[in-house]
Write a protein of this length. Sequence first.
Length: 402
Amino acid sequence: MMRTLTARVTLVYLALRAVSAVLLVLASRDQVVMPDWTGPTVEPIDMTVLWDGSWYRFIAEHGYPHVLPVDAASGHVVQNAWAFYPVFPLLARTLMSATGLGFPVVASSLSLVCGLGAAVIMARLLAERLGDRAALATVAVWGAFPAAVALQIAYTEAIAMLVLCALLWALIRRNWLAAGVLALVLGVTRPIAVPVAIVVAVLLWLRWRRRASDPIDVGEYAAGAFALVASGIGAVAWPLIAWRVTGSRSAYTDTMAAWRVGAEITPFKPWLGMSQWAFRDFDGGNVYGPVALAAVATTIVVLTCGPWATRLGPELRLWCLAYPAYLAVVLDPFTSIFRYALPLFPLTALVVAGRWGAPGWVETRARWLWARAGVLVAIGIGGQVLWIWQLLVFVPPSDYPP
């Protein structure tokens, strides 16, 4: 059964990536020449190294600066490579040396393979909780998500999803050693290791509470301690490395602040301001925005904590609470929020699967599962068109980033 599921997931996921590839080829005709991003003409492969992709190419080819660049007028650290985590570009550099191929081909191929790996692991862990059909349908909707195009370009979404899905699967199996190792890897892959550390800590606490009915031996205590320490290290690894290399204790946070309004990181407040900006064209936008923001937060909590989510298990439910809470603290919400939504695949599973597999459901109800999935896939592909042409394609002199 698992081999059949893996084969189906592979076919569905690659078909969706092929659709996205066609859209990227068509979009390349509308992309103007950008000397720092493209060659003298725009080729379809150039669409994979726009925006953040150019930073990862710089890191793969030149590494990280040992001295933080500073604006002479303000004295503030300016945008630089330390904002981008090293596993993806350094792995791309290794593959470039081994194959002799250029960064665009290597990076996009690496993302494609990692995204496929993430989809397979995602399907297998969801199948254990929701069944094969619901798992396959979830992967299809996730793979068609508007920002899923990022899973085949020079961005870290694909490799981070691969590590995250493997880590969640390890937690489900109480493989604390594997979870600890993967937490360390995630800590230098993408800035989402902090909520993982929270999830690991809560799961270990829940495990400790069950010790009377399910005894914990010395080996599991040691493995759990390793997972706890490793996830904590993973949460702070990259800022510490940036400090060590540059000599500046605040190298990472100063670099991240260079992308923020006012050159500072402020928890929660940017979300309020962005919600009001989103409704700026409506009378009473200052009220509608916060109400909409509260509605989104409430929806996430209700979806995750309601009885319909019980089948996900504590690991996936904790992730769906810890990760959005982390984003609320550290993220300035803008157009990149669509990419940051990709790790919330368990919520996608709840929307797609509904109460699939619950007592009283029969085989004939499968058609409703596929109907929901089909509608959501179609909506997602339509969203990809908007995501590519409105965000990925750059229109000079300035534009919204993906």
